[in-house]
Design a protein around this ligand. Structure first.
Ligand SMILES: [Zn+2]
Length: 285
């Protein structure tokens, strides 16, 4: 049985980072010897649920996922459309329960509300603690951005959904946001305004959005893998279908030009560094 004081972990990182995740969890700043009764996912992308299996085997935690994500993980089909399409890898896990918008749960001595957070992932949830106004936002809002939103020509229902999620966050008026990537932050109005203007620009110019998605997906692939040979980037992009699809639909770029453009752009912005013929991301997951 779960009780109000139980420890809850939200999201578990990449499967390739499982040792680091377990180290952080066990550290004095983490559980420091306490049990971990529950693991809840904001959404089931590999950088959020990849470590679920490792956490369960270390702590025996119960896993709760957003109800809408159940279809992606049961039956477990790692080579199902989206994993194969995007090169997303995760260790298989089983969930014990689901959670939907409007539900609430207790954890860490607080009562948390689940709110819909569609856009980046249409089935994602975010978690709000109303007494202290703490929001665990997943990829619906980061301090300087949000998880990428798939481009569409013309009206884009995903961008519209992302705007609705931002309006929901605005109405909740969190004092502090714990995002899915980056450090906790305050001053949510500025972050929301920044993301709104980006979404407007992406809606006006889907090719700009597609370039952003290609760059983001590739940087996350580097974070997952650690390193990639510069010489191998072109064949990597050719082998992971989402890059070809985006490039063909939006970028009007011959396949051979994608890798040099991508590396040059990411290098110029400081998102990657190249050393000894290897490329790595400068940020951390
Ligand atoms: Zn995500």
């Amino acid at each position: 049985m779960l009780s109000p004081g139980d420890n809850v972990l939200v999201d578990s990182g990449y499967c390739t980072h499982r040792e680091r995740t377990l180290e952080l969890l066990a550290s004095p700043a983490g559980l420091d010897g306490e049990p971990l009764e529950r693991l809840i996912n904001t959404h089931c992308h590999s950088d959020h649920m990849g470590g679920n299996a490792a956490v369960v085997s270390a702590y025996g935690s119960r896993i709760t996922i957003p109800a809408g994500e159940a279809k992606h993980v049961e039956p477990w089909t790692p080579q199902s459309a989206w994993m194969a399409e995007f090169d997303q890898r995760a260790d298989p896990f089983h969930f014990d329960a689901t959670l939907a918008a409007g539900d609430s749960f207790e954890g860490g001595g607080f009562e948390w509300e689940a709110h819909a957070a569609p856009g980046h992932d249409m089935d994602a949830l975010m978690f709000f603690e109303p007494r202290h106004r703490i929001l665990i936002s997943g990829d619906a809002l980061w301090e300087n951005g949000m998880g990428c939103v798939w481009p569409e020509e013309g009206a884009n229902p995903l961008i519209e959904a992302a705007r609705e999620s931002l309006a929901r966050i605005e109405a909740l008026d969190p004092a502090i946001v714990i995002p899915g990537h980056g450090a906790p932050f305050t001053g949510v109005e500025a972050s929301i305004a920044n993301v709104r203007s980006r979404l407007d620009a992406f809606e006006r110019d889907p090719a700009k959005n597609a370039r952003h998605v290609v760059k983001t997906m590739f940087v996350f692939a580097l974070l997952d893998r650690g390193l990639m040979a510069v010489d191998g980037v072109a064949s990597y992009l050719a082998n992971v279908p989402c890059y070809g699809r985006l490039s063909q639909r939006f970028l009007a770029r011959p396949p051979g030009e994608l890798a040099p453009w991508l590396l040059e752009d990411l290098h110029r912005s400081g998102a990657v560094e190249v050393r000894d013929g290897m490329v790595r991301a400068t940020a951390t997951a």
